[in-house]
Write a protein of this length. Sequence first.
Length: 112
Amino acid sequence: MSTLQSWAIVLALAVGTFLIRYSFIGLFANREMPAWLTHALKLMVPGIFGAIVFSGVMMVGGHVAGLEQWPRYAAAAIAFGVALKTRGNLLLTLMAGMAALHALPWLTTYAT
């Protein structure tokens, strides 16, 4: 790939990114967004965060984690339970998930 082709790709990506962002900022700046669109945009961040967390739990080295990775699944379930019980307290959820992730393998190794 030549230098000119590389710069053309960078420029095309920059223009594309600008147009995507402008479509919301520029076109809806002086307008009232429809209720369905406002509701959908409010759900985007939790949905994206959930997808990132889910892939972090389920994927190891680019492959789906098997049952030998059960501490990850258990820690995610414990963190989910704490989040539900504490109504989304982020600090307690993270602490419970990290503690479970580190304690479960240790317990299975040294408790027997």
